[in-house]
Write a protein that binds this ligand. Sequence first.
Ligand code: GLN
Length: 475
Amino acid sequence: MIDIKKLDIKMANKHLIDGDFSAVELAENCIKNIQEKNLKINAYLEIYDDILKKAAEADDKIKNKKDISILTGIPLALKDNILYQGKRVTAGSKILENYTATYDATVIKKLKEEGAVFIGRTNLDEFAMGSSTENSAYGVTKNPYDMERVAGGSSGGSAAAVAFGGALAALGSDTGGSVRQPASFCGVVGLKPTYGAVSRYGLIAMGSSLDQIGPIGKTISDVEIIFNAIEGNDKMDSTSLFENRRQISGKDIEEKSIGIPSDFINDGIDKDIFENFNDSIKKLKSLGYKIKEITLPNIKHSLAVYYIIMPAEASTNLARFDGVRYGLRKEGADMIGDYFETREAGFGIEVKRRIMLGTHILSSGYYDAYYNKANAVRNVIKYDFYKAFSEVSAIITPTTPAPAFKIDEKSNPLSMYLADIFTVPVNLTGMPAISIPSGIVARGKAKLPVGLQIIAPHMREDILFNIGRDFLAEK
Ligand code: GLN
């Protein structure tokens, strides 16, 4: 028996090369864990029917030492909003219930070339809108640490799958925190790369100026390995960055200086999280990091700005789901009637809320007042970060203001939106950030993992990995 929960990609790769076990055995062990756990946890929506075939192909490559990489034969989980040709993809929505992807997302194409083995597609909030997977049309994903609590969201299925050993690592997507927040709730590592570092081609769009695909894994090195495999310019995504246009910033700053925006963090956060965060600061100090107070005066407007820009973009992106080209179709009295019937039946309540908000924001008369104003404030927030990064090489915050909450606890949408207070500003600026496990807090009998968020300047994922590795004492 292989203990998937104790295995990282580097070790798995070594064992595969040394012939200690095969990719087929590795995949079989993931499937076994899924059979044991998934019925309760609901992390996977589908287990692919060709896993063992793909794993056997990887074994052949390893045997023949042909076209192999560190990811050959490594079992990965896929958030169900990333297109994998010939496989169903639902985005957690009824509107795409029977939709089959007609092409591979660029990230899938790249990982296939590396010989990774895809285990299945994982649950998410409908169209990635949410922080708990409670907005999925296919049921909530439970937290492997406490079945009464959520796994986070929107990539809750991916984070839970990694945490219970249903895959070695996973892909998620992050528009306002959807990789980092579930990673922190499930005690794993989650990276939101720099905007434009990873191609969005084949990711079902939510907020196009905010979305990034990011890896979830048990260690920094797992996340780094996947990031290295999926990043890079892609002509199919006009916002993807060219190597020579990447703005390498923060180079002259002393590598070991970290900023803390205290006035932002102290407000209204859970006391155990606050304590854990202070312990993290102490730990970083003992590792030789200089901790500096910084101010990000406009960061307090981030949630307001996000909840204008994101619904505006989401309402535009979701206009294509009208019963004509994709998924569900319901007949109405006429063409407009068809649209109404299809969208009424296919979308859930949170998606409808955001489409209505976004449509209103973009309507004539309100566009300037809301959308343009929000964009202006977005630039001011970016500027705050640029200024801070002239003094420090990274910024830290807790990943979330509280540990995993109970299922049904946040029935009011605003209280759910507040769960993203620390993660959303990063998407507005396009900078990279990572969530790493920083300890455990107790809630009754439950022991819940919490996360530390590290933010770096554009294209400086290397800083995140270095600090993360120091913090977790990873070689
Ligand atoms: N929870 C946030 C939202 O509901 C972020 C979602 C995401 O990153 N996809 O918008």
